[in-house]
Design a protein around this ligand. Structure first.
Ligand SMILES: [Fe+2]
Ligand SMILES: [Fe+2]
Length: 281
C-alpha cells in the first residue's frame, strides 16, 4: 500500500492543466496568511484527503474493471490531478507553517482513513456510484471556491482556483459517464435520488471530519488548552458558509436528475431550500 508520503516529484502525467512546479511558493505573502488558523485548517485538511486519493482510485478501478476506457481516465487523468492537488496543498502548508509536522500528522490520518476506504463504501451499481462521484466533485468544487473567496493571499487564491477548475472537469467527466451507465443499467429517477441523498448526507460527516480531527490534534498537540474539536469545526463552518456557493451546489446536485428546463425551474427553489438545510445548517 502506498501512502503518497513523498512530495515534490512532478507527476508523470502529460495531461495536467497546470503544474505544481509553476506555482511560485516564494511569492507567498506569509504575513497575510500565517496567523490564519482557519486557512491552515482548511488547506491542511484538504491536503490530507487529496493525498489519499490513490486509495479511492484502487477501489474505483476494481469496481469499474470491465470499463477499460474509464479505467484509463481514472489512472491517467483523475488520479494524477487529485494527487497533484495533495502535493500542492502540502507544499503550501509546509512553506507557510514550517513547524507543522505534515508527514507525522498525515501518517496518523492515513492509518484511520485507509481503513474507511473499502469497496463496501461504494454504491450498489456503477451508475449510482457515478452519481456519488458527481456529488463528491461538487463538494470539492464548492469547497475550493469558498476557500478562494475567504483567503486574500494571492498564491493561495491562484492555487485554490486552479484546483477548483480541475474539480469542475472531474464532475463533467463523471457526469458524462453516468449518462451512459444510466442508460445501460436502466436506472430510474428514484435510484438516482437515493444515490444523491446518500452521498449528500455523507458530505457533512466522513472524510473531511477525519482529516480535520487529525489536523487539529497535531496543530494543538503541545498546547495546554487545545480548543474543542466541536468548536473548531463550528468556527470553520461559520466562516465557509458566508462564501459557500449554494446555487452552484444545487445545480450540480440536481443535474443527474435530468429534470428538463420547466421541471427544473419549478423544483429549483424547494431543492435549494432543502440543500441549504442539509449543507449549511
Ligand atoms: Fe482534488
Ligand atoms: Fe476531483
Amino acid at each position: 500500500m502506498t501512502t503518497s508520503l513523498s512530495t515534490g516529484s512532478p507527476s508523470g502525467s502529460p495531461s495536467l492543466r497546470w503544474r505544481l512546479e509553476e506555482l511560485d511558493l516564494d511569492a507567498i505573502d506569509r504575513a497575510a496568511v500565517a496567523a490564519r488558523d482557519d486557512i491552515f485548517l482548511l488547506v491542511c485538511s484538504a491536503s490530507f484527503i487529496e493525498s489519499g486519493t490513490d486509495l479511492y482510485t484502487r477501489n474505483l478501478l476494481e469496481f469499474f474493471d470491465a470499463d477499460a476506457e474509464f479505467g484509463a481516465w481514472l489512472r491517467e487523468h483523475w488520479e494524477p490531478e487529485e494527487l497533484q492537488h495533495g502535493r500542492a496543498l502540502r507544499a503550501y502548508v509546509e512553506h507557510v507553517w514550517p513547524d507543522f509536522d505534515w508527514p507525522a500528522a498525515y501518517g496518523d490520518f492515513f492509518a484511520e482513513y485507509s481503513a474507511l476506504c473499502t469497496l463496501d463504501e461504494l454504491e450498489p451499481t456503477r451508475g449510482q456510484e457515478l452519481v456519488a462521484r458527481c456529488i463528491v466533485e461538487m463538494g470539492t468544487t464548492t469547497y475550493y471556491q469558498a476557500l478562494n473567496a475567504i483567503c486574500d493571499e494571492p498564491v493561495l487564491r491562484q492555487l485554490s482556483w486552479n484546483i477548483r477548475t480541475d474539480e469542475v472537469q472531474h464532475y463533467k467527466n463523471f457526469y458524462r459517464r453516468f449518462l451512459e451507465y444510466r442508460r445501460s443499467e436502466g436506472l430510474g429517477r428514484s435510484q438516482v435520488i437515493a444515490a444523491l441523498w446518500r452521498r449528500v448526507a455523507e458530505l457533512r460527516r466522513s472524510d473531511a471530519d477525519v482529516a480535520l480531527r487529525h489536523v487539529s490534534a497535531w496543530r494543538w498537540r503541545d498546547s495546554p488548552e487545545p480548543p474543542a474539536l466541536r468548536d473548531v469545526r463550528q468556527g470553520l463552518f461559520e466562516r465557509m458558509r458566508t462564501e459557500y456557493p449554494i446555487e452552484l451546489a444545487v445545480r450540480m446536485i440536481i443535474k443527474p436528475l435530468q429534470l428538463g428546463p420547466r421541471l427544473q425551474r419549478w423544483a429549483e427553489r424547494p431543492l435549494s431550500l432543502l440543500a441549504r438545510h442539509v449543507l449549511l445548517n
